[in-house]
Design a protein around this ligand. Structure first.
Ligand code: GLC
Ligand code: CA
Length: 556
């Protein structure tokens, strides 16, 4: 495999609105990120992905862009952005922006022009359809509920939005639009970005001509995935984009790709793939249901293990997945993947160890390094996120009580991950001196950065140790390029795997509260990492305590 500059790095996702507020207006900002660069460096992060900070009405928290060439004043100015890129560089760090080009905002100039003159040039930047016999052009359901079609104000047409109605879809079939997108990407890369995380990209190719798909809920609509399965030829757009932009700069790109078609993995993240990498969402989609969040199955340790190994095997010899435990669209990983009642610092370290040392690029989402947990919502009023509000409605319509609906959204709400970063035990967790835009999780008095920086055996220091191990001259080659080989895969609630390269490393996690015996294939091992102070080993057997995780180098 040809080596790339980003292979041996550690990535970190920042959700700017909730990261750190430097001026007391309750909203995190670019200067806030600049102030925390040394903290991130200390953790071991090299690549920083920023969720969108472009000018935006924030209908979907910046994933609705009204000017691709500007910074939203709530986050700062272009000078702040340039300063951030420079100061990151000074520390050998790289900035990734979020590339949101399936759709823009309805407040973007292109859309405004399309409204003024739907038959003019900009009308063709979008999917516009004439109104016919009072029927919508298709029966597709948008991701955030309701049909994908809304009236184009002041005209006799509908426009398409697969997300919120303030996020009109861009028409990638139009070469003019594509050129505008590439121009913007290159403009940013010229400023010295390391690359992009590419948002919702699988949606850019629509199955044409438009048609209906099977109705799958009693709203009379059809899940968008039916149409996407039917859409052919996305590769032509993605290859063109890569060649006209990323390739020219050696930029890193990571795609938000769900459900790529079988045998397509190589096209997406192989050596000459459309992207450098794509996220492994196998365990995030496990247990999901067409009906909605209320019908989701909670994931078990065995399912976590199987999802992970399945992806590792799929990726082997193909390319580098980007590995996550959580992101801004998912609940907190520790609340999701650790059985209820067992969430504590030992189990948090175990789950961290298990995912971080997989083959691929590890991403840490802000707050994950200190083990931030899901919020307990007491009322739906506390929720800001549009997708959560829709799922609440869907749950109620399915006949659940409001308490039950609140429980469902508490489990899966995107706002779980969006509560402000917990810096210290002062008011609002030290995130802002003003009033935070979203309520801080009340557990900040015990879970916060300051406390963990001061304590040597904290989760923060465990993440730091994982990052150091992955980058250490001795083990780097093995941890970056070595193969993943599951060990004792059928042992219930044990997740174990080798990383085999120049060295042989064995990663073991006892995914339960009871202790567990684990036979070894080696006489002599060297302990590299342990989330307990001791390890019980007798000859070729070890006994792991509840949620104990160790990393061993196998010697002979
Ligand atoms: C992606 C983003 C999500 C956003 C959606 C629409 O899934 O991660 O936050 O709502 O795309 O842009
Ligand atoms: Ca601010």
């Amino acid at each position: 495999m040809k080596k790339q500059w980003w292979h041996d790095k550690v990535a970190y996702q920042i959700y700017p609105k909730s990261f750190y507020d430097s001026n007391g207006d309750g909203i995190g900002d670019l200067q806030g990120i600049i102030q925390k660069l040394d903290y991130l460096k200390e953790l071991g992060a090299d690549i920083l992905w920023l969720s969108p900070i472009y000018r935006s009405p924030l209908a979907d928290q910046g994933y609705d862009i009204s000017d691709y060439y500007d910074i939203d004043p709530r986050f700062g100015t272009m000078e702040d952005m340039e300063e951030l890129i420079q100061k990151a560089k000074d520390r050998d760090m790289y900035i990734l922006m979020d590339l949101v080009v399936n759709h823009c905002s309805d407040e973007h100039e292109w859309f405004q022009k399309a409204m003024e003159d739907p038959d003019g040039e900009y009308g063709n930047f979008f999917y516009l359809e004439d109104k016919k016999d009072g029927k919508l052009p298709t029966n597709w359901r948008s991701y955030f509920g309701g049909p994908v079609w809304d009236e184009l104000p002041g005209t006799d047409k509908y426009y398409m939005h697969v997300f919120h109605k303030k996020q009109p879809d861009l028409n990638w079939e139009n070469p003019r639009l594509r050129q505008e997108v590439y121009k913007n990407i290159n403009w940013w890369l010229d400023k010295g970005l390391g690359g992009f995380r590419i948002d919702a990209i699988i949606n850019i190719k629509k199955a044409l001509p438009l048609k209906d798909y099977p109705v799958d809920r009693n709203d009379g609509l059809s899940d968008i995935s039916y149409m996407l399965k039917d859409a052919q030829g996305i590769g032509e757009f993605l290859r063109e984009m890569k060649e006209e932009t990323f390739d020219k700069y050696g930029a890193f790109s990571v795609g938000e790709v769900f459900n790529e078609k079988e045998d397509e993995l190589k096209n997406f993240m192989g050596e000459d793939g459309y992207f450098s990498s794509i996220f492994d969402f196998n365990k995030e989609i496990w247990g999901s249901s067409d009906k909605g969040w209320y019908d989701r199955k909670a994931i078990t340790p065995e399912a976590f293990k199987e999802c992970t190994f399945e992806s590792q095997q799929k990726g082997e010899g193909v390319g580098f997945y980007s590995n996550i435990l959580e992101n801004h669209d998912e609940p907190r990983g520790v609340s999701r993947y650790i059985p209820e009642g067992d969430v504590n610092e030992a189990s948090k370290k175990m789950i961290a160890t298990l995912y971080f040392l997989l083959k691929g690029l590890p991403f840490i989402y802000q707050g994950q390094e200190i083990g931030m947990e899901n919020m307990i919502f007491e009322s739906i009023e506390q929720v800001d996120d549009i997708s959560t509000l829709d799922e609440y409605k869907v749950t109620m319509e399915a006949g659940f009580t409001s308490e039950e609906a609140l429980q469902v959204v508490s489990r899966y709400s995107r706002d779980n991950a969006r509560t402000p970063m917990q810096w210290d035990e002062s008011a609002h967790a030290g995130f802002t001196t003003g009033t935070p835009w979203l309520q801080v999780n009340p557990n900040y008095t015990s879970i916060n950065v300051r406390e963990q920086l001061d304590r040597e055996d904290s989760l923060f220091h465990h993440y730091q140790a994982l990052a150091r191990l992955r980058k250490s001259p001795e083990y780097k080659e093995t941890l970056v390029y070595g193969t993943t080989i599951p060990y004792l895969r059928e042992h219930k609630n044990l997740m174990a795997y080798y990383r085999k390269g120049a060295k042989t490393l064995l990663i073991l996690g006892n995914y339960q509260r009871e202790s567990q015996r684990v036979p070894l294939e080696w006489n002599q091992v060297k302990m590299l990492l342990n989330n307990y102070s001791e390890l019980c080993k007798k000859d070729k057997e070890i006994i792991l305590e509840g949620y104990q995780a160790v990393v061993l180098e196998c010697l002979c």
